[in-house]
Design a protein around this ligand. Structure first.
Ligand SMILES: Nc1ncnc2c1ncn2[C@@H]1O[C@H](COP(=O)(O)OP(=O)(O)OP(=O)(O)O)[C@@H](O)[C@H]1O
Ligand SMILES: [Mg+2]
Length: 294
């Protein structure tokens, strides 16, 4: 699938448009407990995300990645600027966006099936249809046989799959993911990365995915956004022109993958590109630890 292909029924190529966004937090003033100070978490933030694009965001801790995702989800609103989904300004949360947060955020009193059906209940989908859709997504994320388990009976990776199935089941146009694989072991993480890519190829969702792992960012994305901090803004956008579908084992040994990982790493570490390497990027085989974490 050429996933960056635009949907024909949409005149604008952009699913998400972020225009000059600023987000200010009120913080405690330690010298004067009655007065609040102001902290600008992100400022002058501009980003357009295409329909069906898989976009990853990396940046130093505290640079405003989660703040940005909260704004796209509608859980918070910008202090300045606007965010548009399908050309319509966001005014709050809605079912056109699915949010997978770090730490799963499942309902502990609901079984796998009941968790996955949650958004469908809000949409007032009829019970039989709800069950059918939930089952499809449970199978898609590889959890058939675990339908009636409660979250405490699942491993971390399985909980993460439930969170992904729940976000996908009500068919949001946009999937927002905030370090969704940070808490799982390395092997499960690689498995989930491949599964997520497979699901993305099947469902044509627009995905915005935050991670601290450079190789995860490059493996998954069509485009990596590197953020700078104080205040958070877009530092650089790096295209990932690796072929799709991708298999981790093949991709990680390819010079192209390693060159892009290197490029993201350099951007994060404020290093200029070396013009000698730039002139022949495809022959560059840098020694980069594929598990580089920022
Ligand atoms: N509710 C809040 N009140 C005050 N300041 C906040 C609040 N939430 C976040 N911040 C501040 O805003 C900045 C951005 O926070 P945010 O959580 O968006 O960073 P992040 O890039 O997601 O970091 P990490 O990679 O560690 O998750 C930080 O300096 C943080 O201290
Ligand atoms: Mg965060």
């Amino acid at each position: 699938m050429e996933s960056s292909a635009l949907r024909e029924d949409h005149p604008s190529p952009y699913n998400i448009q972020i225009k000059n966004v600023r987000r200010i937090y009120k913080i405690n003033n330690k010298n004067n407990k009655k007065e609040k100070g102001l902290f600008t978490a992100i400022d002058n933030f501009n980003l357009d995300v295409k329909y069906g694009e898989f976009l990853t965001i990396v940046g130093p801790s505290g640079c405003g990645k989660s703040t940005l995702l909260d704004l796209i989800s509608g859980l918070a609103l910008p202090d300045e600027g606007s965010i548009y989904i399908d050309g319509k300004e966001i005014t709050g949360p809605a079912l056109d966006r699915g949010f997978v947060m770090q730490g799963y955020a499942l309902f502990p009193w609901r079984t796998v099936t009941q968790n996955v059906q949650f958004g469908l209940e809000i949409q007032k989908v009829e019970k039989k249809e709800r069950q059918r859709i939930a089952q499809d997504y449970i199978e898609l994320v590889g959890l058939a046989g675990f339908e009636d388990r409660f979250p405490y009976e699942l491993s971390g990776g399985m909980k993460q799959r439930v969170a992904i199935a729940r976000a996908l089941a009500y068919n949001p146009k946009v999937l927002l993911m905030d370090e969704p694989f940070a808490a799982v072991d390395a092997q499960t993480r690689e498995l989930l990365q491949e599964e997520l890519l497979r699901i993305w190829e099947q469902t044509h969702k627009t995905v915005v995915f935050i991670t601290h792992s450079i190789d995860e960012a490059v493996f998954l994305a069509q485009r990596v956004v590197v953020m700078s901090s104080n205040p958070g803004s877009v530092k650089e956008m790096i295209d990932v022109d690796l072929p799709i579908p991708r298999k981790l084992g093949d991709i990680k040994i390819s010079p192209d993958f390693n060159w892009i990982v290197h490029k993201v790493w350099k951007s994060l570490h404020n290093e200029e590109d070396d013009p000698v390497h730039i002139s022949d990027k495809r022959s560059l085989e840098e020694e980069i630890d594929p598990n580089t974490v920022i």
